[in-house]
Design a protein around this ligand. Structure first.
Ligand SMILES: Cc1ncc(COP(=O)(O)O)c(C=O)c1O
Length: 417
């Protein structure tokens, strides 16, 4: 995608939209930080930043829930909605199947997988529920999950435990592992001859830790165990192709770091497994080997399907590796400094190979809820408190549109909390 085209369509050239806090004030007592090297200093990050349209009312460092579409894509998306609202069934009947197929094709190419291995869904929760509820698991069969898996997936497995008497083993993962082996071993120790499947969260939503999926998958396969990967946060954030994970099943949300419309997700099922997974929305008309059996989804927002393709184009314009490095540099920027603050504990691993754009800190002696509230009330910084049995802290997820000033303001606040 050409930069010129973006400039023409978005009318960028208007001034920077943030209502900035006083950097001079914020910087008092804080030594000036420089952005870590991101490998490609010549890239026009200002152009990318201005393609987004965040609220001027607060600094949004909570992009982990979902990401905004860029302004140009959002305007197109509104147009798709308007057209659908005018043409209704005339448009849906003629275009939905074609749009779905076009988007699946674009996605298959983007992810480096076969068209017959992917289904568009509404989100990771739906994608992984299809797998978790669709696998033929019998009484006594075992599944391994972790204390840092996402609650919706834990619930899906626990429901199967109640309903089908499978056994779900929950292992504890280290927050700051010294090696990949530590993580691989944590899974391996829980595997028995009865284990059928394990769930691996590629990027943990609580701390940002990135797990070595490929190594875990190789170990599991050597023990005859299948692997489900929850890639909700890693997809289009960490630069990888689906097959790099070595997994049998992968679910993700496209409305997170890809910046596609809200309510868009993806499910990958390795071709040889398609026939054995029961669809969540019943289907007997398709051949069991046909991935289309998972497409009995009812009426869908057509514009979302188109919007996914637009998001892929913008992602490609930036480049996956460059985007990953940029997002990681945000986390490196604030965590490096915050680690030296007296009252701050950083919950994200220190090794940059084990994190990217998602970080987490804890304020000693305080509950995360009030701390996150104070950040918003006193500094207009949006974060999210995390309080689970394994992680307590505040999650910080800056996006491509956040500035150095935003991170400086966070640091300013963290020193004073
Ligand atoms: C690791 C992980 N998995 C799954 C989900 C669920 O995503 P969605 O709500 O889009 O289904 C999330 C949401 O934040 C997540 O962080």
């Amino acid at each position: 995608m050409e930069r010129r085209k973006f400039l023409r369509n978005t009318g960028l050239g208007l001034g920077f939209i943030y209502a900035p806090f006083s950097l001079a004030e914020a910087s008092k007592g804080i030594s000036k930080l420089t952005l870590p090297e991101i490998g490609d200093q010549d890239f026009d990050w200002e152009f990318v930043r201005k393609a987004y349209d965040p609220s001027p009312d607060f600094i949004n460092l909570e992009n982990g829930y979902f990401s905004p579409q860029i302004r140009e894509d959002y305007e197109k998306f509104v147009g798709y909605g308007r057209e659908l609202n005018q043409r209704t069934s005339n448009m849906m009947r003629s275009d939905l199947d074609d749009e779905t197929l076009e988007t699946r094709k674009a996605m298959a190419e983007f992810c480096g997988v076969d068209l017959e291995e992917i289904v568009l869904t509404r989100n990771t929760t739906e994608s992984l529920n299809i797998v978790i509820n669709g696998l033929e698991l019998q009484k006594g069969d075992e599944a391994v999950i972790t204390d840092q898996c996402y609650p919706n997936m834990i619930n899906a497995f626990r429901q199967r435990e109640k309903r089908d008497s499978i056994v779900v083993k929950e292992i504890s993962l280290p927050m700051d592992p010294v090696s990949d082996d530590e993580l691989v071993n944590a899974y391996e120790k829980a595997i028995t001859p009865k284990t059928k499947v394990i769930l691996v969260t590629h990027m943990i939503n609580l701390t940002g830790q990135v797990l070595p999926c490929k190594k875990i998958s190789e170990m599991a396969h050597s023990r005859g165990v299948e692997v489900i990967v929850d890639a909700a946060h890693s997809f289009a954030h960490v630069d990888f192709q689906i097959r790099d994970l070595g997994a049998d099943y992968v679910g993700t949300s496209l409305h997170k770091w890809l910046c596609a419309p809200v309510g868009s997700g993806l499910l990958y099922i390795k071709k040889e497994h398609v026939s054995k997974v029961w669809p969540l929305f019943g289907d007997v008309e398709n051949d069991p080997e046909n991935i289309r059996k998972f497409e009995r989804q009812g009426t869908q927002p057509l514009g979302t399907r188109r919007g996914i393709r637009n998001a892929i184009e913008f992602h490609k314009f930036i480049g996956g590796r460059r985007k990953e490095e940029r997002l990681r540099s945000n986390t490196t920027y604030w965590t490096q400094k915050a680690r030296s603050f007296r009252k701050i504990i950083v919950n994200t691993p220190e090794d940059p190979n084990r994190y990217a754009g998602l970080g987490n800190f804890r304020l000693k002696g305080s509950n995360p809820g009030p701390v996150s509230k104070a950040l918003f009330d006193d500094y207009r910084i949006m974060t999210v408190p995390v309080d689970t049995k394994s992680v307590t802290g505040i999650r910080v997820t800056p996006h491509l549109y956040n500035t150095e000033e935003h991170l400086e303001k966070l640091l300013f606040a963290l020193e004073r909390l």
